[in-house]
Design a protein. Structure first.
Length: 948
């Protein structure tokens, strides 16, 4: 046949290219199997072994000379011996009779595990049961059928080759393909337990070579894969492929029932697609696969609320940034080998993943020297623009009880369960015991390192106590309850005792929800996945979405392979970030793949990070006055700001002058404003600080203004320069200021003080004129009028009084004006002013003292600015942030809707920002009014407590 094919191709001028060789090979294989005859082996054949059975012929329709009958005793069985000439796939069928109803038989192919097969009621006849398709090697094979539940008879077996031509797929019925129609290798069809669909299920998967292959017809598109299964002996692991992509996961314990597992999303093409399930970690059974048309939805963003209500602004900002990227971008990360990534790709990971392992006290006791390690990590985060993001793990060496034996239990393996006898549950049960104290000692040692990060303003994606459910680390060895208690102790010790508020808490999860510490203690869910490069990880992602979607960020906290951006987009597996493990895991990644990932538009590298420390905060700017604006000391600058928050709302804007709080506007109206009354002379940096409803605040760029002193004197304008009055019997004449002053103007401040400063006369009070009255000048006590004597001089042209008027402004500037009152000797001649002979000066000491005011100054006391968060309060503490301009004391009360005090406490405030923690452990859920009183002023805030 091979020669005939060759000659046929040659006569038609075909060249034997590589493609032709493959085509020829295909035809040869196809024809070889096609020529392999099916094998029919009668039960009565002498080569077979019958135990406890007889050859019968009572029921008509059998083949050959009879059939094996009985199978009513537990040891009854028949062993078929048959030979396969050519290795390949073969379909095994058994022809049987079951006249007394449904029966069961146990079938064993070669040395594989026995499987249960069900015989249907045949009445007085025979039927055929296809047990499945199997990969068989060339040579001898055995097939045994044993009692199980008799009576029944077996006529013969049929071994039929499955031709390996073009793949032929089964049609999906409602998206489903039954497992028993697939190609079975090392596994078999079973019917116990019941609850399956179709005619049975495929059981086994306990040997390395066991697998199930189903070829099915599909239409191009994205599909969700579901697997119907049974796992009667506890949780089991599985791995599979759909066409060229792989997946893996865990089957939960089902007992004697069946369940459904969502295994991820996969792209199908038009035509025949192939599903292959390998043994994974058996023993389990597969009922069916189901493909459901799907889309790749974006993950639901969780609330921007950290579990630490007192988290630093930078930490809150980082969390806000991560949430905003979630579903559209993935941050790149690398465990330790960040320099390798930079050298290979030209891009640096956005996240540096590091470990505090050597700070474990039991490691230091055995010679570890971590000195400078934390500082190196901080330096990496702070270099250049200082926007590197840090995630820290802690492979916590057991506090004590290290085995320290070769080869795999040495002290430096002390975080592994195998390398320590430390009993976490026992330590937690005795909180006065030494081992519990050692736990606290170790936590305190790590707190020292984390404090370094806080002091450097480096927020940390904190990933302690990871992979606990695997139990290979000592913190998971005693089960979920001990583990969760340890997590909460660690959380409380670091956050409340050590006041570490730069941590974002990352819990490394799998599908075992019983290990989860709780929403109140976890910010981010991480998965550590080590699989092959063909795995799209969509099944793992789907499991996390089912458990935590919409509540927590989900991240690929450790991985042995790179997440391929096209798969991330196609399957919607938008990990918040990924971190590839160090050493061979990252260095074995194909260089071109690594470059393509780090240059993908949806993968964020370090150079693309913003200044995340201020991310998500409000924006604010001083809009008035303009930079370098100038004001006179008598003016009131109106400070105006523009503020906005893209996600929440601005709740207040505070105004500062060179570090001194001037006041806070909490009701914007037509803008955020503050009148700076009595601004003192000087140059100031004006800053507006906006705060939003989440407690985030931002300060504006400074605007410089100058408050200048008033150096300009008031101006007095007269109605006329003089007044002429006749001498009338030496009487006193009253002249008021209003009679001759037209106006008094000043450039600054309130109206000046205007008064008569002095009055002079060019004639002596006792001159030789008529009357010779001594008191010629009287200035009123308030300086607003004078009386002068209308008296002629005995000689000369007459008397001239000169009134000097002064105007005093608030700054002490004095403006002067003079006004003449002439009393001529003769009506026919004017009085001519001569040199003053004497002068009377006004005495206004009391008036001046009453008029003077204190110099302008910044208000000495400002009502405290109060923030409350979180609101609603969900934990056991409420934080009240109070800003005080100076040291003072305040009284804090929390009242319920019945006006009853549930909290009442007194607090001494320092100048600046103060934080007061209000305990809520004994406070029930509901609405409350929080009041902060400083003696005269009361600031009230509505508080909602919802701890459920």
């Amino acid at each position: 046949m091979m020669q005939q094919i060759y000659l046929w191709m040659k006569n038609r001028g075909y060249n034997f290219s590589i493609i032709a060789v493959f085509a020829l090979s295909f035809f040869i294989t196809f024809l070889s199997l096609a020529q392999t005859a099916e094998i029919k082996s009668e039960a009565e054949n002498a080569s077979h072994v019958l135990t406890g059975l007889e050859i019968a012929n009572a029921i008509p329709g059998f083949s050959g000379t009879g059939y094996a009958w009985g199978f009513d005793n537990s040891t009854d069985n028949i062993l078929f011996n048959f030979s396969i000439p050519t290795a390949g796939k073969y379909e095994l069928s058994v022809i049987y009779t079951s006249p007394y109803g449904e029966k069961k038989t146990s079938m064993q192919l070669d040395q594989l595990a026995s499987t249960e097969q069900q015989f249907l009621n045949t009445g007085q006849g025979f039927n055929a049961l296809k047990t499945g398709a199997y990969e068989l090697t060339a040579g001898q094979h055995t097939l045994r059928f044993t009692h199980n539940w008799g009576y029944y008879g077996i006529d013969y077996i049929l071994v039929k080759p499955v031709a390996s031509g073009p793949l032929v797929g089964v049609d999906l019925v409602d998206g489903k393909a039954e497992a028993e129609v697939g190609i079975l290798s090392g596994v078999a069809v079973a019917t116990t337990p019941t609850g399956y669909t179709g005619s049975g299920y495929v059981n086994g998967f306990d040997n390395a070579t066991d697998k199930l292959t189903i070829h099915f017809n599909g239409k191009a598109g994205l599909y969700e894969l579901q697997i119907g299964y049974t796992a009667p002996y506890g949780e089991k692991g599985y791995d599979f492929s759909v066409n060229a992509e792989t997946g893996s996961g865990m089957f939960a314990n089902t007992g004697n029932t069946f369940s459904v597992k969502t295994a991820g999303k996969f792209l199908l093409h038009n035509g025949v697609n192939t599903f292959t399930l390998n043994n994974g970690w058996g023993y389990y059974g597969i009922d069916y696969i189901k493909l459901i048309p799907s889309i790749a939805p974006l993950p639901v963003k969780p609330p921007k609320q950290l579990v630490d209500a007192q988290a630093s602004q930078a930490t809150r900002a980082l969390f806000s940034y991560l949430i905003d990227q979630y579903g559209t971008k993935t941050l790149s990360g690398q465990q330790d080998d960040v320099d390798y990534v930079l050298q290979t790709t030209g891009k640096e990971p956005a996240i540096g993943a590091f470990d505090l392992i050597d700070y474990s006290p039991s490691r230091i006791e055995n010679g570890a020297n971590p000195e400078g390690t934390s500082e190196r990590y901080i330096a990496w985060a702070k270099k250049n623009e200082g926007n590197g993001i840090i995630t820290l793990a802690w492979h916590w060496n057991a506090p004590t009880d290290l085995i320290n034996e070769a080869p795999d239990k040495l002290w430096w393996s002390g975080f592994y369960t195998r390398a320590t006898t430390f009993d976490l549950a026992a330590a937690l049960a005795n909180k006065q015991g030494e081992k519990y104290k050692l736990l606290i000692r170790d936590i305190d040692a790590i707190a020292v390192q984390l404090k370094k990060f806080q002091d450097a303003d480096v927020s940390v994606l904190w990933r302690p106590l990871h992979e606990a459910a695997g139990t290979w680390f000592w913190w998971g060895a005693k089960g979920p309850e001990a583990y969760k208690e340890l997590w909460r102790i660690l959380y409380d010790r670091l956050q409340n005792h050590h006041q570490l508020h730069n941590l974002i808490w990352v819990f490394t999860s799998d599908t075992k929800i019983e290990w989860y510490p709780g929403d109140a203690y976890v910010d981010v869910i991480g998965m550590d996945i080590y699989t092959n490069a063909a795995d799209n990880m969509s099944g793992n992602w789907a499991s996390m979405m089912d458990l935590y979607g919409g509540r927590k960020l989900v991240t690929l906290s450790e991985s042995g392979t790179l997440p391929i951006p096209d798969r991330v987009r196609g399957y919607g597996t938008w990990w918040s970030w990924f971190a590839i493990w160090n050493g061979e895991y990252i260095k074995n990644q194909p260089v071109e793949l690594l470059k393509s990932v780090y240059n993908d538009e949806d993968v964020i590298t370090r150079n693309e990070l913003p200044n995340w420390r201020v991310y998500g905060r409000p924006t604010v700017s001083v809009t008035d006055p303009a930079n370098n604006g100038q004001f006179l000391v008598c003016e009131t600058p109106v400070l105006t700001a523009q503020a906005a928050d893209k996600e929440g709302r601005v709740t207040q804007v505070a105004f500062w002058a060179s570090g001194t709080l001037l006041g806070t506007d909490t009701t914007p109206g037509d803008g955020w404003k503050l009148e700076w009354k009595n601004a003192p002379v000087g140059t100031y940096q004006i800053i507006a600080e906006a705060t939003d409803n989440e407690g985030n605040s931002t300060k504006s760029t400074a605007v410089t203004i100058t408050v200048k002193p008033d150096v300009q004197a008031p101006v007095i304008a007269l109605k006329a320069p003089k007044l002429v009055i006749p001498a009338e019997d030496h009487l006193l004449k009253t002249i008021s200021l209003s009679s001759f002053i037209a106006s008094v103007t000043d450039n600054c401040g309130p109206a000046p003080i205007v008064r008569v400063k002095s009055v002079s006369s060019d004639e002596a009070a006792t001159g030789g004129g008529s009357g010779n009255t001594k008191v010629d000048i009287i200035i009123s006590p308030d300086g607003q009028s004078v009386q002068v004597r209308a008296e002629r001089a005995g000689t000369g042209d007459g008397r001239v009084y000169v009134l000097t008027v002064e105007a005093l402004d608030r700054a002490g500037n004095v403006g002067l004006a003079t006004y003449q009152v002439q009393i001529p000797k003769s009506a026919s001649k004017p009085a001519i002013a001569g040199t003053p002979v004497y002068t009377v000066t006004g005495n206004y000491a009391q008036t001046i003292a009453a008029r003077q005011t204190t110099s302008a100054e910044v208000p000495a006391k400002v009502t405290p600015a109060v923030k409350v968060y979180p609101n609603p309060a969900k934990g056991n503490y409420l934080t009240v942030e109070v800003f005080a301009a100076a040291k003072q004391e305040v009284n804090l009360t929390l009242r319920n809707t019945n006006s009853q005090n549930v909290v009442n406490s007194r607090h001494a405030l320092q100048a600046g920002v103060n934080h007061i923690q209000v305990p809520l452990a004994k406070v029930t859920d509901g609405f409350y009014m929080l009041q902060v009183q400083d003696g005269k002023e009361v600031v009230s805030r509505k508080v909602i407590i919802s701890k459920q």
